[in-house]
Design a protein around this ligand. Structure first.
Ligand SMILES: Nc1ncnc2[nH]cnc12
Ligand SMILES: [Zn+2]
Length: 307
């Protein structure tokens, strides 16, 4: 059994599907062909990736598009051995360009149902606040999710981290928790350990997405170990966004040795060179992770899931 707990559904949008949806929706793309699009998948930091990630979303317009996107991910996740998938979506990335929230939610919910039926994957959705957009917008969109009775299990926090601390979003997370939703947050990817403390203490985050910069703060590591707060780590993403120098130097083994409850995830697999099975294979081949360590990671993913 394996759970994937940190994957952005919009980050599973493969180049081939970008072109197919562009044709279906008569969207003109600024790339002549797949090769030209793929040549852009070279990133220097989180922002350089986010620019392409948001630009490519212009092809997602209808509920059917969101269903096709999420079904393709769930089919591939099943092949990777994933039995439970808790995926993020970015409501504001779609509402801000005029796509009705109901189309997004209905399309994704349809894929969740199909994923269980057709691929045997138990999937659930986490709506993510886009932290570099206005705070009031996050609150309005969250209200709309509630009015739509969107079948979400939690609220997350993602996008450009530095300069957008968790403290900005205390109110919307308090509302989410009062509604019985789970709280998770990206913190300590590019941002400092202080953002991880804020995610825990101000947002009530039950899991930290990434969190690898926590290692810079021994008191924080002690807290994460004591409370066994899961960290959803994404090694291929960290390399491609230059958060770490190379996979060989990734701190994952140190994190396991420290007693942190670490899980391994793909983040944005269409952009970072692999799904969760590819990630496990790379960790084995290039970082020398043992069978026992990989079994621990799989066990941790189930323990950390909300299923
Ligand atoms: N790695 C990442 N960090 C922050 N926001 C994201 N949105 C999609 N991928 C992300
Ligand atoms: Zn992420």
């Amino acid at each position: 059994m394996l759970a994937e707990l940190h994957v952005h559904i919009e980050g599973t949008l493969e180049p081939e599907l970008i072109f197919a949806l562009a044709e279906r929706n008569r969207v003109s793309l600024p790339y002549a062909d797949l090769d030209e699009l793929r040549s852009r998948y070279e990133f220097t930091d989180l922002q350089s990736f986010l620019d392409l990630y948001y630009a490519n979303m212009q092809v997602l317009r209808t509920a059917e598009d969101f269903t096709d996107l999420a079904k393709a991910y769930l089919r591939r996740a099943a092949q990777a051995g994933v039995t439970r998938a808790e995926f993020f979506f970015d409501p504001q990335a779609h509402t801000s360009r005029g796509v009705p929230l109901a189309e997004v939610v209905e399309g994704l919910a349809e894929a969740v149902a199909a994923g269980r039926r057709e691929f045997g994957v138990d999937a659930a959705m986490i709506a993510s606040v886009v932290r570099d957009r206005p705070v009031h917008e996050a609150e309005e969109v969250f209200g709309e999710l509630l009015r739509l009775s969107a079948p979400i299990i939690g609220l997350g926090l993602d996008s450009a981290e530095v300069g957008y601390p968790p403290s900005l979003f205390e109110d919307v997370f308090a509302r989410a928790r009062a509604e019985g939703l789970h709280a998770v947050a990206h913190a300590g990817e590019e941002g400092p350990p202080e953002y991880v403390w804020q995610a825990l203490d101000l947002l009530g985050a039950e899991r930290i997405d990434h969190g690898i910069r926590s290692l810079e703060d021994p008191l924080l590591v002690a807290r994460l170990v004591d409370e066994q707060i899961p960290l959803t780590v994404c090694p291929l993403s960290n390399v491609r966004l230059r958060v770490v120098d190379s996979l060989e130097r990734h701190p994952l083994p140190r994190m396991l040795e420290a007693g942190l409850l670490v899980t391994v995830n793909s983040d944005d697999p269409a952009y970072f060179g692999g799904y969760v099975d590819d990630t496990f294979a790379a960790l084995r081949d290039r970082l020398g992770l043992t069978d026992a360590q990989r079994e621990t990671l799989a066990r941790n993913s189930i323990a950390a899931s909300f299923g």
